[in-house]
Design a protein around this ligand. Structure first.
Ligand SMILES: Nc1ncnc2c1ncn2[C@@H]1O[C@H](COP(=O)(O)OP(=O)(O)OP(=O)(O)O)[C@@H](O)[C@H]1O
Ligand SMILES: [Mg+2]
Length: 527
């Protein structure tokens, strides 16, 4: 599709000006396709990948339709979480900041209801709310929906799912029949799509089709870990990749609290976010994350959908999400608006099968990665520090420092190399390779320095002794090719590899190749 410019969409000049000042150069594909249809007044179901500008795709047409002269409530956007309602209201406010007489208000639970009621009396035309609080106002008759001409369900599949469906139906009953109803999400499972006709009339499905449901700019990796090692592996990955901001997802509130304390204890700038916290606390945490003071946000799925924070460079599935859709939304918190990102998923034991389902659902590949050893982490850290020092040596006047060091060298009997090494150690902080024990495979009957990895090869695979097994660990970033020679012993098939590479090979088995063909291998009892 050719690029569509906002200038060509026939928008009000005030909105066009706001869009330009927000730095949007061209409309994204979902904006280019959905906005004209919404502006015609049609019902629309919009589906496009995470971070592709769906908010503006419905926000701009909403603002086009609002009559600033009428002080009645004209449009309602419903969102599944409070944080999302606040964010969507902010984005819409930015879009209408040059329009006079438009009032936008987020309403959500946990906020002083009296204050909300006073604001509502001021003539609000557009509300962005969570269903619970909207219903609360309906019951108090502090919110009149009789003049609404447009309703948007952001994260529509979630809103029409079990947890919210009844509330949505109760709200829609109060809205005039001849309304325009707009649904948006990055995912739209079939069963939900089938019921949308109960809420819409002759809706147009606008789907920006891509092969994968997930964004291609996100590198997706998984790690097989033992439950008790998750915290350590997370720390190593955080140290190794050092993302500007990270979002870590846990499956329960309690695990969020536990991991938050644990990471804080290890010295990270981490905060937790979940539904049992007071709203003031939730706001504080979210603001800290948005302005970069909190580098690691540990959250339940409250933060999985819609949340848009620029510098999130990594998402961790500390626990594997329960639903396939949630994998898409969680990792979609990174790699937004064309940026790159990384997604790391931890799996324990049999979860590998669930991960296969997720990959099938997303039509994407998640690559196995060996758990970085402390040596890997140290090497990368040292590299970063030494690179920084290079620029210091090149750009700073270090003569007075050199004098201090020379003086010391005259007084003590160690070398400049000793001093440099000590400084490096100090700069690297706590992660040290000392004390790490290599995994003990036991005696596998292999020669000195080698390990036999016993493997299961599917019956139909035409594999013979002597065939070369190549297993590539990950597509990028990790050490390359590892090979071994297939052998058989009684009824066991195995491959012999050097002891220090055995763990890496084991983790890379998932995409092993024999004679150039990808085959399915599972590591068997390697003890
Ligand atoms: N045309 C555009 N050009 C550049 N950036 C844009 C454009 N439209 C929106 N953006 C920016 O892209 C980011 C992602 O947009 P948005 O939050 O609307 O994504 P989304 O499609 O709703 O994602 P999700 O499915 O996660 O909710 C926002 O920061 C937004 O300001
Ligand atoms: Mg969104």
């Amino acid at each position: 599709m050719e690029t569509v410019r906002f200038e060509d969409l026939g928008l009000r000049p005030q909105i066009l000006r706001a869009v330009m000042e927000m730095g949007f150069e061209a409309a994204t594909p979902i904006q280019a396709r959905a906005m004209p249809i919404i502006m015609e007044g049609r019902d629309v179901i919009g589906q496009a990948q995470t971070g592709t500008g769906k908010t503006a795709a419905f926000g701009i047409p909403l603002l086009e339709k609002i009559d600033p002269k009428s002080k009645k409530l004209q449009a309602l956007v419903l969102c599944p979480t409070r944080e999302l309602a606040i964010q969507v209201a902010d984005e819409i406010r930015r879009l209408c900041r040059f329009m006079h007489g438009i009032k936008v208000l987020p309403i959500y639970g946990g906020q002083d209801i009296g204050k909300q009621i006073r604001s509502l009396k001021g003539g609000i035309q557009l509300i962005i709310g969570t269903p619970g609080r909207v219903m609360d106002h309906m019951r108090r008759h502090t919110l009149k929906l009789e003049n609404l001409h447009t309703v948007v369900l952001d994260e529509a599949d979630e809103m029409l799912n079990m947890g919210f469906r009844e509330d949505i139906e109760d709200i829609l009953k109060e809205v005039p029949e001849e309304r325009q109803t707009i649904l948006f999400s990055a995912t739209m499972p079939k069963p939900i799509l089938e019921i949308t006709k109960n809420y819409q009339k002759n809706a147009e499905l606008v789907k920006v089709v891509k092969k994968e449901l997930t964004v291609q700019n996100i590198d997706q990796y998984y790690y097989e870990v033992k439950a008790k090692n998750k915290e350590e592996v997370l720390s190593r990955l955080l140290d190794m990749y050092n993302p500007k901001l990270s979002l870590v997802f846990c499956n329960t509130k309690r695990r969020v609290d536990e991991l938050t304390s644990a990471l804080q204890g290890r010295g990270y700038f981490a905060e937790g976010l979940h539904g049992d916290m007071k709203q003031s606390q939730r706001d504080r945490v979210m603001n800290g994350f948005r302005n970069g003071k909190t580098e690691i946000l540990i959250a339940t799925d409250v933060a999985a959908r819609g949340i848009d924070v620029d510098d999130v460079e990594a998402v961790f599935n500390y626990d594997l999400p329960q639903d396939d859709e949630y994998y898409v939304h969680r990792i979609g918190r990174t790699g937004r608006a064309g940026r790159v990102g990384k997604a790391f998923t931890f799996i324990v034991g049999k979860e590998v099968y669930k991960l296969k389902d997720i990959q099938r659902y997303c039509k994407t590949k998640i690559y196995a990665q060996p758990i970085p050893s402390l040596n890997d982490v140290s090497a990368i850290k040292a590299d970063k520090i030494l690179n920084n020092i290079t620029s210091l040596i090149q750009n700073e006047d270090l003569r007075s420092m050199v004098e201090i060091i020379e003086q010391r060298l005259n007084e003590e009997d160690y070398t400049a190399m000793d001093i440099a090494a000590a400084f490096l150690k100090q700069a690297m902080g706590t992660t040290e390779a000392d004390g790490e024990k290599p995994y003990d495979f036991g005696d596998t009957g292999a020669e000195e320095g080698m390990v036999r990895l016993f493997i299961n090869i599917g019956k139909k695979q035409n594999v013979r002794p002597g065939d070369i097994l190549g297993a590539v660990a990950g597509e990028s970033g990790m050490p390359g090719k590892l090979v071994g020679c297939i052998d058989m012993y009684d009824k066991y098939t195995f491959v012999e590899v050097p002891k220090d590479r055995a763990m890496d090979v084991l983790h890379a088995m998932d995409h092993a190749k024999i004679k150039g063909k990808e085959i399915n291998i599972e590591p068997a009892n390697h003890k």
